[in-house]
Design a protein around this ligand. Structure first.
Ligand code: UDP
Ligand code: MG
Length: 319
């Protein structure tokens, strides 16, 4: 395979309705860049004719490649497959439905090359074409993500972005399965910049992100970045222990003023106390499980910056 400056990865799940429109807008932009490029279409186990159509279009557009996944594996997995096979110095990921304007790719590449950054996020400056429900849930998602994954996660930056080969190498080395790129790429901390764009309506077809998939993405985002939910038991334990103390005071007062039914005090205190102890122990277990889980992700402990005076690669593990 000859050298390519740019790879464009397009995940597609049942996108036959939009494919011709996509090619009609994407191809002139890429041809106009005047650099060698490839387009990696990832067919995410479509049940319609997406893959066959890509094959047909390929006959007239040799830069188009097709990666076919055996079954529907999800948006992030499709992107992973596309990036694993991409050969470009820079890789752009873009949705197939033309909600991300292909025209912005030119600015992304220009910014990456002139400003010498490794990541260019496509940030949605206007989501007015999205439904109220989509906008509200998206706002909640980004609010939550800044809390679990850190303030460096850009709001309203989805999976339309450009990354350099260095970032791609770091990504391809991750052994972690449930990667949420919109969190893991900011987490790497490579120099980055933004390109702003208006999010269009889906050009054709229907959304492939029903509520169930949105909830899955959110769960994946939280558990791969935060031990918060595990700590929930600890806090509940602390809370019920405090409640127990209050009940204890109440009981003592009741005993002295003779206002309790015999046996009530000991029952309440024993049940409450044991509950608190159990929750607390669950919390302790949670702390250890959290560390075991973090260990299984095997994320790099650090990535070395370019201006370091070392003779090693920027990616850890490189010798
Ligand atoms: N997609 C995919 N696999 C899936 C779901 C979606 O490859 O299981 C692709 C889809 O074809 C599109 C992109 O991911 O190119 C974003 O999906 P969609 O536009 O349906 O999501 P929405 O914009 O509604 O959030
Ligand atoms: Mg879409």
């Amino acid at each position: 395979m000859s050298h390519k400056v740019l790879s464009v990865v397009v995940p597609m799940y049942d996108e036959e309705a939009v494919l011709h429109q996509l090619v009609a807008r994407l191809r002139p932009v890429l041809d106009g860049l005047d650099v060698p490029y490839e387009v990696v279409a990832v067919d995410d186990g479509s049940k319609d004719a997406t893959a066959q159509l890509v094959q047909q279009i390929r006959a007239e557009w040799p830069e188009l490649r097709l990666v076919r996944l055996m079954r529907n594996s999800g948006h992030q997995a499709a992107i992973t497959a596309g990036m694993a096979g991409a050969v470009g110095d820079y890789v752009v990921t873009i949705d197939a439905d033309l909600q991300d304007p292909p025209e912005a790719i030119e600015e992304m590449l220009k910014k990456a090359r002139t400003e010498n950054v490794d990541v260019v996020y496509g940030v949605r400056s206007d989501r007015s074409t999205d439904s109220v429900f989509k906008r509200q849930t998206a706002a909640m998602y980004y609010w939550l993500m800044r809390r679990v994954a850190g303030p460096h996660v850009p709001s309203n930056a989805g999976d339309f972005r450009l990354v350099s080969r260095r970032v791609l190498d770091a990504i391809n080395k991750l052994p972690e399965e449930g990667r949420v790129y919109r969190l893991i790429i900011p987490w790497f901390g490579f120099p980055s910049t933004n390109v702003y764009y208006e999010r269009d309506k889906r050009a054709a077809g229907t959304s492939k992100y029903p509520l169930g998939k949105m909830i899955l993405l959110t769960t994946e985002s939280i558990v791969t970045f935060s031990g918060g939910p595990l700590r929930f038991a600890t806090w509940l334990g602390v809370l019920s222990a405090m409640l127990c103390v209050l009940v204890g005071i109440f009981v003592v007062v009741g005993v002295f003023t003779g206002q309790t039914v015999p046996g009530w005090a000991s029952t309440v205190l024993v049940v409450g106390g044991i509950g608190a102890i159990q929750l607390f122990c669950l919390g302790i277990l949670g702390e250890y499980i959290g560390r075991i889980f973090a260990g299984t992700l095997r994320r790099p402990l650090y990535l070395v910056g370019y201006d370091s005076m070392l003779d090693t690669d920027t990616v850890p593990g490189a010798s």
